[in-house]
Design a protein around this ligand. Structure first.
Ligand code: GN1
Ligand code: MG
Length: 363
């Protein structure tokens, strides 16, 4: 590892020598390391080295072009705000391919913490503001410039169609073991896919969205816990505003971890949901259409079913997409998302009332 890191660091012309490599375990797709360099003058500087999963992201060069465009836009619009800074090679590229064909990028390490869960409602509200602000930062960005890094990424209908296709093929003989999970997803197939169908038919504006609004994709100040910057820009693409909201609350307002082995612990914490709403809706209320606001709760349900279907699809097809730590990991994740989706549905009237009240106060 050290040898690989040294070569990559040299390609990016980082001064000094790598002295410490820490693996960052957040993230189910790419591999991320915090590498500390000792500068020639003896001081130390940390960098983030990231190897892109090129099975998932088939065209990583285009991803880096997207990120360049997006971060340049944000820097020009809000020069005082923190953005991600990627290093460049001598020939001006913000990535390198190593001999084994691996794709690497290096960015400055922001002194910060990430959070996987949090009970402080003010931090959750601030996270809502951060993701809402991210949408505002890109509200005047021309999405047609962006390469679609993963086509149909949040096309729930297509995701569900793919799952049922793979169920009929049953390549690993696992379908017999997941009948309850399949039955549930089949029972909500149309409801969960509805927004993506309406979006394809033009019912909602095409926005430039983040598409992976997990809590741990925000960096926070170590001391004040103020959000510093939204990270993980690999899936910034045209999309539905309300799916960014939905994906964020399915993570931040869940009473359990995404891979909690006891799925009965997963449910929607309505206080946390309300706190996130205050932050997010407070930021975006004036820019969103009424149909988008009215679809926020259904989007949370839909994106939760979508992720359940993606985890289950990966389980059925032999665990080739998401990193797993043990053989049943994707099934555990599936069950947790299903339990959460059921709770979103059960509480939908209460959650819709929360959205309505927050929206009224915000406009
Ligand atoms: C993946 O790699 P990470 O953890 O940022 C996935 C998201 C899922 C998430 C579930 C490109 O995100 O869509 O919601 O796992 N990213 C991709 O934890 O598929
Ligand atoms: Mg991601």
């Amino acid at each position: 590892m050290r040898e690989t890191v040294s070569k990559i660091g040299a390609a990016f012309r980082l001064p000094g020598e790598p002295v410490k490599i820490d693996t960052i375990t957040n993230g189910n797709i790419n591999s991320t390391y915090r590498v500390t360099y000792r500068n020639p003058d003896g001081t130390e500087k940390p960098y983030i080295f990231q190897r892109i999963n090129t099975v998932v992201f088939k065209n990583p060069v285009q991803i880096m072009q997207n990120i360049d465009l997006v971060t340049s836009h944000i820097r020009a619009k809000y020069p005082q705000e923190q953005t991600l800074h990627f290093h460049h090679t001598a020939d001006g590229k913000n990535y390198v391919f190593t001999e084994d064909d691996a794709f690497w990028r290096v960015m400055n390490c922001v002194d910060s913490v990430t959070l996987d869960s949090c009970d402080d409602l003010s931090v959750i509200e601030a996270t809502g503001r951060a993701f809402g602000h991210f949408q505002n930062q890109l509200s005047d960005f021309d999405g047609s410039q962006l390469y679609e890094t993963i086509p149909d990424f949040h096309n729930t209908k297509k995701r569900l169609d793919t799952l049922f296709q793979h169920i009929s093929e049953d390549p690993c003989g696992r379908v017999i073991t997941v009948q309850d999970e399949i039955d549930y997803i089949r029972s909500v197939r149309e409801t969960a896919g509805a927004l993506s169908v309406q979006y394809a038919n033009g019912a909602f504006p095409v926005r430039v969205t983040h598409n992976d609004t997990k809590f741990n994709n925000v960096l926070f100040d170590r001391v004040t816990k103020a959000p510093l910057v939204v990270i993980d820009l690999d899936t910034v693409m045209p999309g539905m505003a309300m799916y960014d909201f939905g994906d964020a609350v399915r993570f931040i307002a869940n009473t359990a971890a995404e891979d909690e082995p006891d799925a009965s612990k997963a449910s929607v914490d309505t206080e946390k949901f309300a706190a996130f709403c205050r932050g997010f809706i407070g930021e975006v209320a004036k820019g969103l259409t009424r149909p988008e606001i009215d679809a926020l709760v259904l989007a949370a349900f839909s994106v939760t079913v979508e992720l359940a279907a993606r985890f289950l699809d990966d389980y059925i097809t032999g665990d080739t997409y998401f990193k797993i730590n043990y053989p049943e990991h994707n099934l555990v994740r599936t069950r947790c998302q299903i339990a959460l989706a059921k709770d979103f549905w059960r509480k939908r009237t209460e959650l819709e009332n929360i959205v309505r009240d927050v929206y009224r106060a915000a406009i």
